[in-house]
Design a protein around this ligand. Sequence first.
Ligand code: M6R
Length: 606
Amino acid sequence: MCGIVGFVGNEDCVDMLIDGLSKLEYRGYDSAGIAVMDNKQIEVRKSKGRLADLTAKMEKEGRLKGTCGIGHTRWATHGEPSDINSHPHGNKRISIVHNGIIENYRDLKAFLIDQGYSFVSETDTEVVAKLLDYYYDGNPVDTIAKVIGEIRGSYALGILFRDFPDKIYAIRKDSPLIIGIAKNGNFIASDVPAILKYTKEYYLLEANEIATLTKDSVSVCDIHKNPIEKELNVADWDLDAAEKGGYEHFMLKEINEQPTAIKTTIAPRISEGMPYLEESGMTKEMLKGYNRIYIVACGTAMHAGLIGKYVIEKLAKVEVTVDIASEFRYRNPIITDKDLVILISQSGETADTLAALHLAKENGATTMSVVNVKGSSIARGSDIVVYTHAGPEISVASTKAYAVQLSIMYLLAFELAYAKEAISEEECRRLTKELQEIPDKIQDILVLKERCQFIASRLVNAESLLYIGRGLDYALSMEGSLKLKEISYIHSESYAAGELKHGTISLITEDMPVIAIATQENLFEKTLSNIKEVKSRGAKVTVICREGTKDDKTFANHLVTLPNMDDLMMPMLALVPMQYIAYYTAVLKGCDVDKPRNLAKSVTVE
Ligand code: M6R
């Protein structure tokens, strides 16, 4: 999604804006632009394409200079990626950058056209810029307050007024925006990595708080101009965490960071060998008192929820419903004040998951979020937050965030099962110990990369492939399939192995490779029959299974074996070869692994 950076301070801001935007590239974008106050005039440069295209354009049209400016990377929603549709938008006296969607922009546009305004772009953002111009009365805060009263939707806005050349104004609702406090000036930004090089200190802007930044001050007020005291946050991510650190891609670095991420996430939630989620405010008494549990999320986070469902239902014998967030609120789910709704999100800003949170709250349910980004909208809106400690995940394809989400799902299942007396203390301790062993086991299997690289070389020319599995393996295969298609652009589908012969097996030819996940001992024989069914029909089969699996020399064309653990824990190991296979296939195809086409890291629009 779009990224915003702004700086007002003691030094030239152009390089800082470009550098900050480069740290937000992971969010996904297709054009970029900056507006800088130069000699009391607003100067704008913008371009379709990457930041390199913007800097090339600046070389051609003249480099901007100034100590106060705003920048933007745009992920097209209203109007194609083009120079004209790129941000900033505005005119000679007002310039804005915007993240989000203005839902009533058509009505506002019609109104402004009646008032004599004309439009050059197809964007909803230009409507906000013109509306600011329409209401401008010499007082930026009053003007912003009036505009906020008119627009509906989500927004994070950075605004320059020519009449106030040393100030940046900012406001947000349902789209993230932070204010960075640095020695040499102050920043606005969509996310912490954009400011980490200059400062770790930042304020979180709440909905419809208006911020005014100068080089040495930040003031925040509500739309009635009542001043608001903000609490200073200090990021615990360091700059290295947001750099590639010698790896070719962030995705590869993040796959390799999984052992540490899991260790850091589970350590504070295990006390004397038992799961301990109470530090988040979720007591055992509360946990066992809910009628129903919903898990709601999108994409990879939803896949983590599916594993959670299996594990919770198996251990705690409590029914769990997993919903795709974009479906949840439109299917009229039955939610009561006796239910627990768990929202899983790496970014904590995913629009559909946020909307599901609001729906759950409106219906009186207890909401608990499993979120990676501190202070994000989903975290702040939830009754209970369990932060995962994966550090910044920059690659669009989620890897370490998935691993830590899974570990929280396991801890939750153990704690709930024990609280409900569905498992004994001894069993709970045994499972918790297995979870604690996962980081070292993953560390060991990271060496599988060469094996996976070879398998990827066999998949790279496929047009389409199939993932199959049963039970937990099926839930995991959905994530494997998503990972492969999002970064390598090879179509793939994940199928319950036993369901193949009800239709999908007709697709099997020698041109349709199959990746079978068969780590579940109790289901192995059955999955093996399905593997043989596809292999005998010509498919080249890669099997991910346990070490020592019998028959393992003949039933697969390629085999990846994993150390033995409890069936329940096997997804935490099998995720690694799946991530590697996707990664190396994409690398071999020459794809832009960390920034796949059309995708955004944090999906802040519906
Ligand atoms: O930030 P979130 O965890 O809420 O994001 C949810 C999905 O958009 C995300 O997991 C997406 O599916 C990833 N690109 C998958 O790798």
